[in-house]
Ligand binder design. Structure first.
Ligand code: ADP
Length: 255
């Protein structure tokens, strides 16, 4: 698999003058194309900070992040905006859908704003709605559909521009268990059938068990890594739960 992201001694401090928090401490790892990586860790371990610097919403204090071998820590604001638009897709816990637009309009919005050809947009949107099983709610507004359907709409919107990677921050956090399972299966579909690379922050072992690989953060450092390999999802879930219980206090103290 081709390397997509290389994080090289990524360090992030917050604050100044004697009141400094080290949120990330010389973190180093790679993400290859086609991976579905989970990031786990207790509250305050640095998960959000890591996602913020990977998505270029925040800048590192020191170290580098390479995306397709380009050092994105060196880009200026204009280049960063372009990078985010072309390469990244996001799925948030609270969906971030626009209430005045239908499900279909929410999904097509980014391409409409880019003045893409109407027929091209239509074809792409129809295909993705079919793949994610939301065609029947295309003309409804977000407040007329369930949380799980909203989240699948958010997935369709994230994937519409064919980003190199989709980053998801606690995407199952606001869902009941059945909707969460549907969403996680949607991620697996996106990963396996659409060949999308995914990075998901979660504190939930069940959600994490859908990933191919998990990085565990503690005090701003990666202290463990699990690879699913040929394990079934249930076996992988048990392995994750073992890591969480062995590391007790720190990791089970999740938000
Ligand atoms: P997590 O997402 O795992 O809960 P965070 O990345 O939010 O962890 O936080 C990592 C550490 O950095 C924590 O100690 C947190 O208090 C601190 N931190 C996060 N954001 C800020 C900020 N904007 N200012 C100061 N400290 C922060």
């Amino acid at each position: 698999m081709e390397r997509l992201i290389y994080v090289d001694k990524a360090t992030k401090y917050y604050g100044n003058n004697g009141n400094v928090t080290k949120a990330l401490s010389e973190i180093e790892f790679e993400i290859s194309e086609g991976e579905f990586t989970g990031i786990m860790g207790a509250s305050g371990s640095g998960k959000s900070t890591l996602l913020a610097v990977l998505s270029t919403i925040d800048r590192l204090t020191s170290g580098h992040i390479y995306f397709e071998d380009e050092d994105i820590t060196q880009l200026n604001e204009e280049q960063l905006a372009d990078f985010r638009e072309k390469k990244l897709g996001f799925v948030f816990q609270d969906f971030n859908l626009l209430d005045t637009l239908t499900i279909e309009e929410n999904i097509s919005l980014a391409m409409t704003l880019q003045n893409k050809d109407h027929t091209f947009i239509q074809e792409r949107v129809q295909k993705i709605m079919a793949q994610l099983n939301i065609t029947d709610i295309r003309n409804k507004f977000p407040y007329e559909v369930s949380g799980g359907q909203k989240q699948r709409c958010a997935c369709a919107r994230a994937i519409i521009n064919q980003p190199k990677i989709i980053m998801a921050d606690e995407p199952t956090g606001a869902l009941d268990s059945k909707s969460a399972e549907l969403l996680l299966n949607t991620f697996v579909t996106m990963n396996k059938e659409m060949k999308t690379t995914l990075l998901m922050v979660t504190h939930d072992a069940f959600s994490a068990s859908y990933c191919n690989r998990i990085l565990f953060l503690k005090d701003g450092e990666i202290f463990n890594e699990l690879i699913r390999g040929n394990k079934s999802r249930r076996e992988f879930l048990n392995t994750i739960l073992d890591v969480l219980s062995i590391n007790g206090g720190g990791l089970t103290n999740v938000e």
